[in-house]
Design a protein. Sequence first.
Length: 199
Amino acid sequence: MSEIFEVEPEYGNSAGRVNLTGYSGSKWREVRIDSSTRATTTITYPHHEIHAGRFYSVNDVIDIAGNKSVTNLFVTPITIREVHMWWSFNSEAETDFKLYEGVTVTSSGTPITIHNRCRCSLNTSSALIYTGAVVSATGTALLIHHHWGSGKDGGDTREVNEWILKSNTVYSTVVMNGVATDNQVSFNLDWYEHVPREA
């Protein structure tokens, strides 16, 4: 993905034109346009991180007993790389969702496998994710009243703007079943790990 752009005017015809080039970190390259629409062809930065092999994903399904909750942990690595995260949860019945930062853990629970979204990359995430954790202190509440569904009617929640998480920090999501019968909840966490330009 180009980081620096340069516009170079050309005066070889009456209409005039410019050449748009981008610097990739090692070479200057022409920025391409779509042959049909003439639109500049670019990708978003998160999309770029997939190609760079630094975009990761986790998904799982948990069965929560009536009026009970399940705690999931996300432990960010000790690194200058920032974790930029989105999530989505959906359930078959009424559910409550809470997010905490700086959690004190009694038992981590069961680890969940992390996948690199670029399957040709050998990069791995240093983050850790667990389900079924037990905590002794919840830390700072970031989201405490996120509720969806009504009775047997389910629903979902999706974060469309990324959260930039602190390094070397334990986060927890607490998913509470809002009905007296079993409730199946599926969730997906997506994130990329990025070194800030000023780092």
